[in-house]
Design a protein around this ligand. Structure first.
Ligand code: SF4
Length: 398
């Protein structure tokens, strides 16, 4: 029985009147976690309760701009309403399982998600990468991933389940609190990227409200260029995203021909490169002139890092001009990996070819090399210990 239910259980022994039916836990719906409601949804809830919509805005400001999770601290909300809110809602961050801190300041957290009764323990990773001019939080959108990219540590563990909007948003709140920054002024988290575990567009209905909360002035208030959705190439959802919200887009490209990309990113068999590029053009069509797409390209020794691959990539992106940026990512090896990181010389050569063809090209600095840096690697370690202990074996969904 939940705490909420037990506190409301009727004491049938204390009355001589006809007994009320015994209330079961099912009669008390679980309290809604407010991290899961964007402003429109929260206003709707308040209006259903007979409260003015602006009260919902006030509550959002307390949560996202002041870092408050206790209704009692919301001093501009009346006492009676605070009590009602606590009956219906909760502001519940995820539970920390473990933390790794790199010498370069990168922090990686394994967080435990909400656990329904009888369901297995589910964990995800969230990573904070501090740099001189910004702090980037890399968040997860699914527990595991079904996309099966052959170079990816997360893919090794298979897919467990979609994360709820509340679970996605709560990562940002948790990180903000843990890093100890001021939610209003001195921003420790300036950028949020959906590059953690999972394919965000495969969990579109939960990711979209989460993006809205990240961008909302009453939410985290991040600028649209500082929230990046990274996809392996789910073409129909790239189109939907373009119509629903204005945010930055990154494409996990990793190869410029279908034969190689089919091996590295198997969703390519369903949405091949030509279709993906058309979707990228449509995505940019309605945006302002500054909008661009980042093409991510993991550098795998002897696989996709040769000069001919660079020339092929330049040819593919030719025509997108300043709207295309290439991000070369030195591969982070993990124990079962079948690939090796490209040599620094190969990465430099590759980058120079792209630059000579006029492409804006960055090489990502490797971060957190002294911790389990590959995405999904740490959760794989912790979860596998859990599996042995709890007999919890996530099902692989393809
Ligand atoms: S690279 Fe991204 S989309 Fe591909 S398996 Fe890993 S988490 Fe999923």
């Amino acid at each position: 029985m939940t705490a909420e239910a037990s506190s409301n259980t009727v004491d049938n022994t204390a009355t001589a009147y006809p007994q009320a039916p015994l209330l079961t836990p099912a009669a008390f719906p679980p309290r809604v976690n407010l991290f899961g409601l964007d402003r429109a949804a929260l206003r709707e809830q308040f209006e259903k309760m007979g409260e003015a919509g602006f009260r919902a805005d006030q509550v959002m400001l307390w949560i996202y701009r002041r870092g408050v999770s206790d209704f009692e601290q919301m001093s501009n909300i009346g006492k009676a309403l605070r009590a009602r809110l606590a009956t219906h809602f909760v502001i519940r961050p995820p539970e920390l399982v473990t933390e790794q801190v790199s010498v370069d300041g990168t922090r990686k957290w394994v967080l435990k998600l909400e656990q329904a009764e009888g369901k297995p323990v589910t964990m995800i990773e969230t990573v904070y990468i501090p740099e001189a001019t910004r702090g980037t939080l890399c968040i997860s959108s699914q527990a595991g991933c079904a996309m099966d990219c052959s170079f990816c540590s997360t893919a090794q563990g298979g897919f467990s389940r979609n994360m709820s909007t509340a679970e996605i948003v709560a990562q940002v709140w948790f990180a903000g609190k843990t890093l100890g920054g001021d939610f209003q002024n001195e921003r420790v988290i300036s950028n949020v990227v959906f590059m953690g575990m999972g394919e965000p567009l495969a969990n579109y209905n939960n990711v979209l409200p989460a993006i809205r909360i990240l961008l909302d002035d009453f939410g985290f208030g991040l600028s649209k260029r500082r929230v990046t959705v990274s996809t392996s190439g789910l073409v129909p959802f790239i189109d939907r995203l373009a119509g629903d919200v204005d945010t930055a887009l990154a494409i996990s490209l990793h190869a410029a021909n279908d034969k190689l990309r089919d091996q590295l990113v198997p969703i390519n068999k369903k949405y091949p490169i030509a279709e993906l590029m058309e979707a990228c053009k449509r995505y940019l069509a309605g945006k302002d002139r500054k909008a661009h797409i980042v093409y991510e390209y993991v550098m795998l020794d002897g696989v996709n890092d040769q000069p001919e691959h660079a020339r092929e990539l330049a040819k593919l992106l030719n025509g997108q001009g300043q709207a295309a940026k290439v991000n070369l990512i030195p591969f982070n090896p993990f124990p079962e990996a079948r690939y090796k990181r490209s040599t620094p010389e190969a990465i430099t050569r590759f980058s120079e070819i792209l630059r000579a063809k006029g492409l804006l090209t960055m090489t990502r600095r490797t971060r957190g090399d002294d911790i389990d840096a590959a995405c999904g690697q740490l959760v794989g370690k912790v979860q596998s210990k859990q599996k042995k202990r709890l007999g919890d074996i996530p099902v692989r969904v393809q």
